[in-house]
Design a protein around this ligand. Structure first.
Ligand SMILES: Nc1ncnc2c1ncn2[C@@H]1O[C@H](COP(=O)(O)OP(=O)(O)OP(=O)(O)O)[C@@H](O)[C@H]1O
Length: 251
């Protein structure tokens, strides 16, 4: 996959099975979002083949998208709509009846303690509240395949616990989840498979325990640092602060 002359993804070869929650990690710019966008059919200029639910997405019709849920990293949300209007609209886009979408949206908003703002415009919501609406919108139609790009962004610690449990239970229901994030301790805990992308190539693929074994590191953060060849955080921080402070001594 290339953007202009820039080659972004190379020889990505992944077989993914129902019930897997894949922690999809890699340095900034490694190509994670691009991979998700290709699988979602949002980027078409790639070479190679992507099969979803056993069908080549380049030649199949769009019906496979009804079984996919997506929380993008940077979401465009129609924030002049109320949460109820937005969620019902999204539900209908996924083929749900209006009443069914509205009722389910209300029930899910209640679970997040947001029933009071169901009929409030999203433009007045806090970041975490918007994120919860986005998460609901990605799951409303009961998708089988779920792509989550930094889904915990802006969520408080209690909400994070709920979402982690929701993901575990969805996987127990046979859903497949692609979970792309930079929060290593969450990825470490929730994933039953971890794929590390570096410079558009797969640098590691296995369970956390397998990656620990292969890399002789205790934490996913340590494995990530090792496989991305990064050991300069202290030096980089010192240089950054030296420039910010115009080289002033810190005493
Ligand atoms: N629309 C675009 N046009 C040109 N280049 C792009 C475009 N989208 C992404 N890229 C480039 O593709 C590369 C991979 O970007 P991508 O967003 O997939 O990375 P990422 O792994 O998701 O990064 P991050 O962790 O920062 O979100 C980057 O070099 C980026 O500049």
């Amino acid at each position: 996959m290339s953007y202009g002359s820039k080659n972004v993804l190379n020889e990505i070869n992944l077989d993914v099975y129902p019930g897997q929650i894949i922690g999809y990690i890699g340095p900034n710019g490694a190509g994670k979002s691009t991979t998700l966008k290709i699988m979602l059919g949002l980027v078409e200029e790639y070479s190679g083949m992507v099969e979803i639910f056993g069908e080549d997405i380049a030649t199949s019709d769009y019906s496979y998208k009804r079984k996919i849920g997506y929380v993008p990293e940077n979401a465009e949300i129609y924030d002049n709509l109320t949460a109820n209007e937005y969620l019902t609209f999204i539900g209908e886009l996924y083929g749900m009846e209006q009443n069914e979408a509205a009722n389910k949206a209300e029930s899910l908003m209640q679970q997040f303690g947001m029933e009071d703002v169901l009929h409030t415009r999203i433009s007045s919501f806090s970041k975490g509240m918007r994120q919860k609406v986005l998460i609901i919108s990605s799951l409303l139609h009961n998708p089988d395949l779920i792509f989550l790009d930094e889904p915990l962004s802006g969520l408080d610690a209690n909400s994070v616990m709920i979402i982690k449990d929701i993901l575990e239970q969805l996987v127990a229901h046979g859903k497949t989840i692609f979970y792309s994030s930079h929060i290593m301790d969450v990825v470490e805990k929730i994933s039953n498979r971890i794929v590390l992308l570096v410079d558009g190539k797969i640098a590691a693929d296995g369970t956390f325990e397998e990656l620990q074994e292969q890399n002789k590191q205790g934490s996913l953060e340590g494995i990530f640092n090792q496989l991305t060849g990064f050991d300069e955080h202290k030096h980089t921080a010192e240089e950054f602060v030296r420039i910010v402070t115009n080289g002033d001594a810190n005493d």
